[in-house]
Write a protein that binds this ligand. Structure first.
Ligand SMILES: [Zn+2]
Length: 494
């Protein structure tokens, strides 16, 4: 048994235009190739050759002559077919093929429609893509996470993910968000999204959302009730989540839980500082602007909402990137917001604000920002082992992040929305983006990085030099946090 990462306090991290490293992960899922199989018509029923299927899918077979039976083996699961019989056996179960298996010229033929239905029901990951008069196009080994089922027990719920390969505990992480989403990340998982998304929804699951990335699969289940805790059990072809029931009748625990989730501490991270000025342009330094906006924002949160605000720096001092997240985690921050200002050599006309999430993803502009913002590491005196965000370390780092992805996305969207309406006509909304900023890695709370504008643009630099403009930015982020707080705390205050 393996205790999952579980409920952790919310943290929103907003970084203002800092460095981002992006990776192309979501856009090139390497699906297996489509394979054409010849179709044989027999009594108006379309058949395919099992022998051809076995060859093209690299399966292996045993032919039991005495029993007049063909055994097909896939991943230690077995199927049996006999000539003349309109039944077959898959994975220990009998399936009705309606039409008989044919045997002619040393070749077995099975009726396409019912055969593929049986494969699906038996959990084999072979699917039909397209069928023409003469050819059937199929895909093999496409999925390894095929189905989800739910069993309700007296003191909790059992959620089973059926898999067609085995996973180990290091491949799997799960967490429950304050809004009752159970977020599961499976490294190496390939989702049968069609099957999962249309899966029979049964209480306490209200909704299923899936996301396929190149190296990992994410499944989010919206649960009806609060879950106290959960365990993950991994078996050969099954990943089981044991959810322990909510604790609605335990008043003390509810209070505790609320404390855990209430957005009562927010960590604001003013980018750069001390010997690291950050971006420069038109006689301005990023570090001064981020500190000023941070303090303006902090004051609004403290005065109006009574929130405990923790700054990663309150003066013009140098703070290593790793320390900033560590600080946020250690004070129990519920949101982490990192503020930055951008600059680019590409063109003096480029301007506008952007909000970033730590996530696999890639845009060319994002890479420029990431390089610049992450380059601060070179100024750090203390040795710190930063994971190379180019390989699987990135995935593992982002797995923890994924637990808060929904909240981080919501916060980023709200910040962009309020900045767009507050700063109307003065700047440009460059959108919510994704990239690999070191300062966000390891934050155990929702987190965002905001790049508030470009110092390399004359007009934007002039705006950023004015106190009222910086107050407008702080106010936009404040409004976004307020919206976020209302949304996420509401279920707790019922
Ligand atoms: Zn920066």
């Amino acid at each position: 048994m393996y205790r999952a990462l579980n409920k952790q306090p919310l943290l929103i991290l907003v970084l203002l235009y800092c460095s981002i490293v992006g990776y192309a992960m979501a856009d090139d899922i390497s699906l297996n190739k489509t394979i054409p199989l010849d179709i044989l018509e027999h009594n108006n029923v379309a058949y395919i050759s099992l022998n051809e299927l076995v060859d093209t899918h690299k399966l292996y077979t045993n032919y039991y002559e005495s029993k007049d039976k063909l055994e097909v083996v896939y991943n230690r699961k077995k199927m049996y077919f006999s000539p003349g019989l309109s039944y077959c056996k898959m994975n220990g179960e009998i399936y009705n093929l309606i039409h008989p298996t044919l045997y002619t010229k040393n070749t077995f033929y099975v009726p396409i429609k019912t055969f593929y239905q049986a494969l699906k029901q038996a959990g084999f990951p072979f699917r039909i893509i397209k069928q023409t008069d003469k050819l059937l196009y199929v895909i093999k080994n496409l999925y390894n996470i095929n189905q989800v089922d739910v069993k309700n027990k007296k003191n909790g719920t059992v959620i089973n993910l059926h898999t067609s390969r085995s996973f180990v505990s290091d491949n799997i992480s799960g967490s429950i968000s304050s809004s009752n989403w159970l977020n599961i990340t499976i490294l190496g998982g390939i989702l049968d999204s069609l099957n999962l998304n249309t899966a029979f929804l049964q209480k306490p699951i209200l909704k299923i959302e899936t996301m396929q990335l190149k190296e990992s699969a994410q499944i989010s289940l919206l649960l009806e009730n609060q879950i106290e805790d959960f365990d993950i059990i991994i078996r050969e072809s099954m990943i089981t989540f044991l959810l322990r029931s909510s604790i609605e009748d335990n008043a003390e625990k509810i209070i505790e839980l609320r404390k855990k989730w209430l957005i009562d501490t927010i960590v604001i991270d003013p980018g750069h500082g001390g010997k690291d000025p950050g971006a420069l342009g038109h006689k301005l330094q990023e570090k001064d602007i981020t500190l000023d906006i941070s303090k303006k924002l902090g004051k609004m949160l403290e005065r109006n909402l009574g929130i405990n605000v923790v700054y990663t720096r309150e003066e013009d001092v140098f703070v290593p990137l790793w320390k900033r997240t560590k600080m946020a985690n250690s004070v129990g921050g519920k949101l982490f917001i990192s503020l930055h200002v951008n600059a680019t050599e590409k063109s003096p006309h480029i301007h506008g604000f952007e909000t970033y999430l730590l996530r696999p993803g890639k845009t060319d502009q994002a890479i420029e920002v990431v390089k610049r913002e992450n380059s601060v590491i070179e100024l750090e005196k203390e040795e710190h082992n930063y994971a190379d965000l180019k390989n699987e370390n990135y995935i593992i780092a982002s797995m923890a992040q994924n637990s808060f992805m929904k909240e981080s996305e919501d916060l980023a969207a709200l910040i962009n929305q309020h900045m767009a309406s507050n700063l109307q006509n003065m700047t440009k909304n460059r959108g919510v983006k994704q990239a690999g900023f070191h300062v966000l890695v390891g934050a155990t709370m929702p987190n965002v990085l905001v790049e508030v504008g470009f110092l390399s643009n004359k007009n934007e630099a002039s705006n950023l030099s004015r106190s009222y403009y910086r107050r407008n930015i702080a106010e936009s982020i404040y409004k976004a946090i307020l919206d976020f707080k209302l949304k996420y705390e509401k279920p707790l205050l019922k």
